[in-house]
Design a protein around this ligand. Structure first.
Ligand code: IVH
Length: 671
């Protein structure tokens, strides 16, 4: 089987990238990306090389443990190599790890694991002879490190002599751990540096590395470094049974061990603890980039053994990077439902925040100028949670001079209309309401779930209908005939009938849905609901003045203006007339019902598909309910989205009712 060309190209590209970052990191001590991003690159390369082993060359960055030590310090051999860890980003990958172990050991029994936060610092080895600290070194390339004994001695939490009160000290102990700097100390250090006109460190990890590799220990001594120990090299005069035993014994000897370590049986519990760590991560005093899972029993570890660079008995279960680096190949324009023109960066695909992205909004021309983003630039992209990817900044130091500044076109890329920009606004708009993407998006919005909810009528079908000349605007939807549909690709008797039934069904709707469907600027689902509750009839809303609208709690001047303007436009009034003539019936708005969620309390956990968390909260409040941040006995419902956190467990423990997003939608009348 030959390797596809684009795969080869990608592999080449990844290797160049990784080598560059290795150089920045190991040689210059000045990395330009976060460790998470770097890990993501290596992870991708490893995966490709695993799939196409014939591409592996001896100089691939995956073929060595680290980079050579700098020649500033004396070198020290590691008698037991300081290996690295394989990493995983998803529960599935972690389950595969567990399955591999069981298979290797030939057992169905659940495995006992030790779980440890993966400290984001730098690995060191401390050598104790007869309990006395005699030598300390960095990891270096895993086989030889640098002698930083004198610098390590300045770290107050490193005992110069092991305690022997509770446990006899061994002849020889090589203890391994991570040196790091607390977030607060890092902040203070950078503030001081800035005052002195020195360049700040990019993150606590670099600050710790830079501090430990100071040639003058006096400088190190002034930097507040910390250590947590988690492993062993050579040991003489003591024997350990388990990883847990190592950690507990370390504590007795006065070696600092992370209090968040945990012992579990079964991989499911390990995955659960990872979620917990992800949740408390922002509150920790130090940075962690994942959780290390280790087979607890040292005899089993021995049987499992190690591969060239990493042990089979351990895994780094990483948190997803929220930022990555990629290149902008082009900047294109997208035409929105309201005609807004948005410049969009087309990028080399990159993994960020758990998904692969290749496009990111650049918002508007001013934003591109402000950030000085050019076509061909290397950029940092960010994606937090379910937020759309965003370009943070270009890496100007990587420019070659071939990058091209973006020039805003004067005409709509689709229909050729001259673009317009209102004074004081940053956004250009296409003024033509029938410009294809505008029309398509307007109709797709009208039929979407939170709006008229016509099942089976997605954006693709809408585009087909427009292209075939079957519909020219929203009201035409209600005169579509079966023959029309049958003339379209992908439609048969049954699917055509289903769609017609769905269209028919959508005619009976609520005022809130109808208002939302109209696609008035600034009128989202929540605002539409508020308007419906307040005015109760379409007529009253159509005739409301700007002042009356603004008087409603939660509606500001901009929104009020947009609504009043929309309804004052004759074209829009005609549109509404045509829709009502087509048979749309707005029901149940006259009755002043008690609010549907009156007196009910909600807690949200995990991410929702249909709403942003904030929107969902507003909706609950608008419907008379309450949103709480923690689960208590009196909570009525816990709404469980994707990747729920510990709140779910708490709800189960307290016997609080949990509902899915679908059930939540039904509850608020949008199911
Ligand atoms: S165990 C053979 N435990 O992660 C096992 N490593 O990719 C080797 N790290 O170089 C390491 N926290 O710098 C282990 N609790 C932990 C860790 C940890 C952070 C770092 C360490 C190591 C790298 C491995």
């Amino acid at each position: 089987m030959s390797v596809p060309k684009d795969v080869l190209k990608r592999i080449q590209k990844l290797r160049e990238e990784i080598n560059y970052h290795n150089y920045r990191y190991y040689v210059l001590d000045s990395p330009v990306i976060s460790d998470e991003d770097y890990d993501a690159l290596v992870h991708e390369l490893k995966e490709l090389e695993e799939r196409y082993p014939e591409t592996i060359t001896p100089d691939s960055p995956t073929q060595r443990v680290g980079a050579p030590p700098s020649d500033k310090f004396r070198t020290v051999p590691h008698y037991v190599p300081m290996l690295s860890l394989d990493d995983a980003f998803s529960p599935e990958e972690v389950e595969e790890f567990d399955a591999r172990i069981k298979k290797f050991l030939g057992t169905d029994q659940e495995i006992e694991y030790t779980l440890e936060p993966k400290m984001d610092g730098l690995a060191v080895e401390l050598v104790y002879e007869k309990g006395v600290f005699v030598l300390g070194s960095t990891r270096g390339d895993g086989y030889t490190g640098e002698d930083v004994t004198n610098n390590l001695r300045t770290i107050p939490s490193i005992p110069l002599r092991l305690l022997s009160r509770h446990e006899k000290v061994p002849e020889l102990l090589e203890a391994r751990g991570e040196v790091y700097m607390e977030k607060m100390a890092f902040k203070r250090l950078n503030e001081e540096r800035e005052k002195e006109g020195l360049p700040p460190f990019a993150n606590p990890r670099n600050a710790a590395a830079g501090s430990l590799r100071q040639l003058d220990p006096k400088v190190t001594a002034r930097r507040p470094l910390q250590i947590y120990l988690y492993g062993i090299g050579r040991v003489r005069g003591h024997s350990f049974e388990t990883q847990w035993d190592i950690l507990q014994t370390f504590k007795k000897w006065g070696l600092r061990v992370n209090p968040l370590i945990k012992k579990v049986t079964g991989i499911k519990k390990a995955i659960g603890y990872h979620e917990h760590l992800a949740e408390i991560r922002p509150k920790l005093d130090y940075e962690i980039d994942g959780m290390v899972i280790k087979v607890n029993d040292l005899a089993l570890q021995e049987r499992l053994g190690t591969k060239a660079k990493s042990p089979r008995w351990a895994l780094a279960y990483k948190f997803e990077a929220a930022q990555s680096i990629t290149r902008i190949k082009d900047i294109i324009l997208s035409v929105g439902r309201t005609g807004a023109i948005t410049p969009v960066a087309v990028m080399e695909p990159v993994r960020v925040g758990g998904v692969t992205v290749s496009r990111a909004t650049l918002h508007n021309e001013d934003e591109i100028k402000r950030k000085d983003i050019r076509i061909g630039d290397w950029v940092i992209v960010r994606r937090a949670g379910d937020v759309i990817p965003e370009v943070v900044r270009p890496l100007k130091e990587r420019r070659t001079g071939k990058e091209k500044p973006f020039v805003m076109p004067k005409f709509c890329p689709v229909c050729g209309s001259r673009l317009v920009k209102k004074p004081g606004e940053a956004i250009y708009r296409c003024p033509n309401p029938d410009c294809f993407p505008r029309l398509a998006k307007r109709i797709a919005h009208f039929v979407s779930k939170g709006a008229m909810d016509i099942e089976g009528l997605g954006p693709k079908v809408v585009e087909q209908l427009i292209t075939a000349g079957i519909i020219r605007d929203v009201p035409d939807l209600y005169s579509i005939k079966k023959e029309d549909l049958l003339s379209l690709e992908g439609f048969a008797e049954k699917s055509a009938e289903n769609l017609l039934t769905a269209i028919e069904k959508s005619k009976r709707t609520s005022l809130g849905r109808f208002l939302f469907a109209l696609g008035i600027r600034h009128v989202g689902e929540v605002t539409a609901q508020m308007l419906a509750r307040h005015f109760k009839t379409l007529d009253r809303i159509m005739n409301a003045t700007r002042e009356e609208l603004e008087a409603i709690e939660g509606i500001g001047p901009e929104v009020a203006g947009s609504i009043a303007e929309w309804f004052s436009d004759d074209k829009n009034r005609t549109l509404i007339r045509r829709l009502l003539d087509a048979g749309i019936e707005i029901e149940g708005t006259e009755k002043n019902k008690e609010l549907p969620l009156q007196g009910k309390s909600f807690v949200f956990t995990g991410s929702l598909n249909r709403f942003k968390r904030e929107e969902a909260k507003k909706l609950v409040t608008a419907l008379g309910g309450q949103v709480q941040s923690t689960v208590g006995k009196r909570t009525d419902f816990v709404v469980v989205g994707e990747n729920p956190g510990s709140k779910l467990e708490k709800a189960k423990k307290l016997g609080v009712k949990t509902i899915t997003e679908e059930e939540f939608l039904k509850l608020i009348g949008q199911g």
